[in-house]
Design a protein around this ligand. Structure first.
Ligand SMILES: [Zn+2]
Ligand SMILES: [Zn+2]
Length: 179
């Protein structure tokens, strides 16, 4: 697709990363932009933004690009609820907000819906709510143990106990399935 046709620089970066333009990506773009406004985010080096997303759809890519949230850094968390809802936290200021999509496409064609999502005022797209999750601690380093069946090192928080043996989730499931 012709990226130069996209006038908005931030949107262009999102499309570049995501691979295509779509209504879902636009929802994430608008959520990230709204969060920047509501939480006074300004992206200093140590700005600590955390996003808890309730879906793993296209929009999450825009949030990664615009807010620097990523699974690897531990500031992008998935709390899968099948909802177009995103909570944002600014660790520096302690401010937080949960944005829940309220705009509906009302039978609009894909392109028309995409365009509408770009133009609608923030408050028509999202309901602004209080966050419902406590912000998790900064990414912890977990102790690992070797699984007593397959021998693979497994983080403490994933170890299951079966008859006093430490098992990884794969071996534990195998065990409980056939017993
Ligand atoms: Zn998409
Ligand atoms: Zn194992």
């Amino acid at each position: 697709m012709d990226l130069t046709a996209i006038k908005d620089d931030d949107m262009r970066r999102c499309v570049e990363f995501h691979g295509h333009i779509c209504p879902g990506l636009t929802i994430g773009y608008r959520a990230a932009k709204y969060a920047i406004k509501l939480l006074d985010l300004n992206f200093s080096e140590d700005e600590d933004v955390v996003c808890v997303t309730e879906n793993d759809a296209c929009g999450v890519d825009a949030i990664q690009v615009l807010l620097g949230c990523s699974a690897g850094k531990g500031n992008l968390l998935f709390h899968m609820r099948g909802k177009q809802a995103f909570s944002f936290y600014n660790r520096t200021s302690g401010k937080s907000v949960r944005l829940v999509l309220k705009a509906g496409n009302d039978g609009k064609e894909r392109d028309e819906w995409q365009q509408a999502l770009m133009e609608m005022p923030d408050e028509d797209i999202f309901e602004v709510k209080e966050v419902t999750f406590k912000l998790p601690e900064k990414a912890k380093i977990f102790v690992s143990y070797p699984c007593e069946k397959c021998g693979e090192m497994t983080a403490e928080s994933f170890i299951r106990l079966e008859d006093g043996k430490k098992l990884c989730p794969d071996c534990y499931e195998e065990y409980s399935r056939f017993s």
